[in-house]
Write a protein that binds this ligand. Structure first.
Ligand code: ADP
Ligand code: MG
Length: 265
């Protein structure tokens, strides 16, 4: 049985703004958003609307120019940035596995930095490989070049979960894999979320992916949050023309598809 996270992981953004140096407009403007502990929130919006900028303020890869970010009530600026990042999983599209490290060594990076004992690290690596359905005996000693794109992305997820983070940030993690592999990775992350109860902030520009995965969808446009709500709320009551256009004319088809999901929710 995989160790569950220790509860917690509530993310609160208050009056959040980011303006990059010399930019004409703010990349993120006046965002108020609470992601509850254990919630699967999906940021959805077109390219350039500020999704990546927003998630990167959570692990301090981007420093806000206005407002605050707090995790479980503690302002992230009060935390050492490196220590903060070790407690927050981060998965991006380009997996960024170290090519000369084995799968096991890649997964073990953060536990190693945290000074876990060898036996505990080995056990955790095997546990995580089983969680993401890669047989440890077969995969532990492989190098990233010996993995398919989907397998590499799974290892990226395992690495992000290694030190039992309360919060997992996923920025378009499955955008580079083909549709069939993407569906199976979506299935995996939904199952991992059910089993671990980790708070997940997941970024996508793919409406179907958002509706399929989210407890709550956060729709962004031009740096602002324009609507938050469950998939059904979005389909039944889009807040404005932008959201209506985004979820599309075939909203009814999507709603029916959600009633018979491809994955168990
Ligand atoms: N490091 C950066 N420096 C300056 N501008 C940036 C930087 N990163 C992103 N931007 C700009 O901020 C806006 C939002 O970008 P981003 O957060 O990457 O959007 P998304 O992830 O939704 O595609 C865009 O206009 C982008 O060009
Ligand atoms: Mg982005």
């Amino acid at each position: 049985m995989v160790a569950t996270t220790h509860g917690g992981g509530r993310v609160e953004l208050r009056g959040l703004g980011v303006r990059y140096p010399n930019a004409a407009q703010a990349a993120v403007h006046d965002v108020d958003l609470t992601v509850e502990a254990g919630e699967f929130a999906v940021l959805l919006g077109p390219s350039g609307c500020g999704k990546s900028t927003l998630v990167r303020t959570i692990n301090r890869l981007v420093e806000p120019t206005a407002g605050t970010v707090a995790i479980d009530g503690v302002d992230v600026r009060e935390r050492d940035a490196n220590e903060l990042r070790r407690g927050i999983g981060y998965v991006i599209q380009a997996v960024g596995l170290f090519p000369h490290y084995t799968v096991a060594q890649n997964v073990a990076i953060v536990p190693g930095l945290l000074g876990w004992e060898r036996a505990r690290i080995d056990a955790r690596v095997d546990e995580l490989l089983r969680l993401i359905r890669l047989d440890p005996a077969q995969y532990r000693d492989r190098k990233p070049r010996q993995l398919s794109g989907g397998e590499a992305q799974r290892v990226g997820v395992a690495r992000a979960l290694a030190a039992e983070p309360r919060v997992l940030l996923m920025d378009e993690p499955f955008a580079a894999v083909d549709a069939i592999v993407r569906a199976s990775l979506q299935d995996e992350i939904a199952r991992v979320h059910r089993e671990l109860g980790t708070t997940i902030v997941f970024v996508t520009h793919d409406v179907d992916e958002a509706l399929r995965l989210a407890d709550r969808v956060v729709v962004m446009n031009a740096g602002r949050v324009v609507q938050t709500g469950g998939p059904d709320e979005l389909l039944e009551g889009p807040a404005d023309d932008f959201v209506r256009h985004l979820v599309g004319v075939d909203a009814e088809t999507r709603r029916l598809a959600l009633e018979r999901p491809l994955i168990e929710r």
